[in-house]
Design a protein around this ligand. Structure first.
Ligand code: OS5
Length: 230
């Protein structure tokens, strides 16, 4: 199977690339795409750059140009739920765009006509992840991830996102990748390890924990790749 693995920042895919002795590289549409084989699977790996637009480009190229049949996102997130501490893993059950606002026309926050506020991730991939978490004795949280083109570093904004979308974590790429995969009919999975709590300390915590949390997420994603199709 052709499996796409993407992150937003170089730090989010470096721990994945480090696992491979050799890969091919292709430059296209402002990204570098790395391809290699892993067991029975062919992989295409890339980081998109930050935010919804860049991540949508990368996901689209992985599907349309590289023929990805499934897409796994690995990275870090700001925690909303009090249960989530730095380094904890959350898989998205569904994702939404917290910065979409056409409420002036009577629509709810996050809604775009002919779309939906929430896009669900693939249930088979979530089940596989839940099995792996049990086998590895890892606590894997499942919940709603809210995406927007904002690094959230404010208790007020975080509280609004929690209240409006019942969100458990937030980041800047998941919902745009979800939108691309949903529209192309490609099963997808979004995993994030918490790097900060999206409050006044977020900037400092993010810089401190980006690498270690990215590593936690990448390790789990590689385990998933091993077991896809078993
Ligand atoms: O990709 C962005 C979203 N990520 C998840 C995340 C998050 N999102 C929103 N709010 C929070 N509180 C979040 N916590 C985790 C992480 C990432 C956040 S934006 C970080 C930008 C950091 C940066 N800016 N410049 N550089 C790094 C240096 C640089 C220079 C050249 C090339 C690349 C980077």
């Amino acid at each position: 199977m052709k499996i796409a693995i993407m992150g937003a920042m170089r730090e989010e895919i470096d721990p994945i690339l480090e696992k491979f002795e050799s890969y091919k590289t292709f430059e296209y549409a402002g990204n570098v795409f790395y391809t290699c084989t892993y067991g029975v699977h062919e992989l295409v790996i890339a980081y998109s750059k930050i935010g919804k637009v860049f991540s949508a480009i990368t996901a689209s190229v992985m599907i349309e140009r590289f023929g990805a049949q499934v897409l796994l996102f690995s990275g870090v997130a700001g925690g909303i739920s009090k249960e989530l501490k730095i380094g904890d893993l959350i898989m998205a059950s569904a994702l939404c765009q917290h910065d979409v606002d056409i409420t002036a026309f009577g629509h709810p926050y996050g809604f775009i006509p002919e779309g939906s506020v929430m896009i669900e991730t693939d249930s088979d991939l979530r089940s596989l992840a839940a099995e792996i978490a049990v086998d590895m004795s890892i606590d894997l949280y499942e919940g709603i991830i809210a995406t927007g083109d904002q690094f959230v570093a404010s208790a007020e904004r975080k509280a609004w996102i929690e209240k409006t979308f019942n969100a458990d974590a937030l980041e800047m790429e998941g919902a745009s990748v979800a939108c691309v995969c949903h529209n192309f009919g490609i099963p997808f999975f979004v995993l994030r390890a918490i790097s900060d709590s999206a409050d006044g300390e977020a900037g400092v915590d993010f810089d401190t924990f980006l690498q270690s949390s990215a590593q936690v997420s990448a390790k789990f994603i590689l385990e998933m790749v091993k077991r896809i199709g078993d």
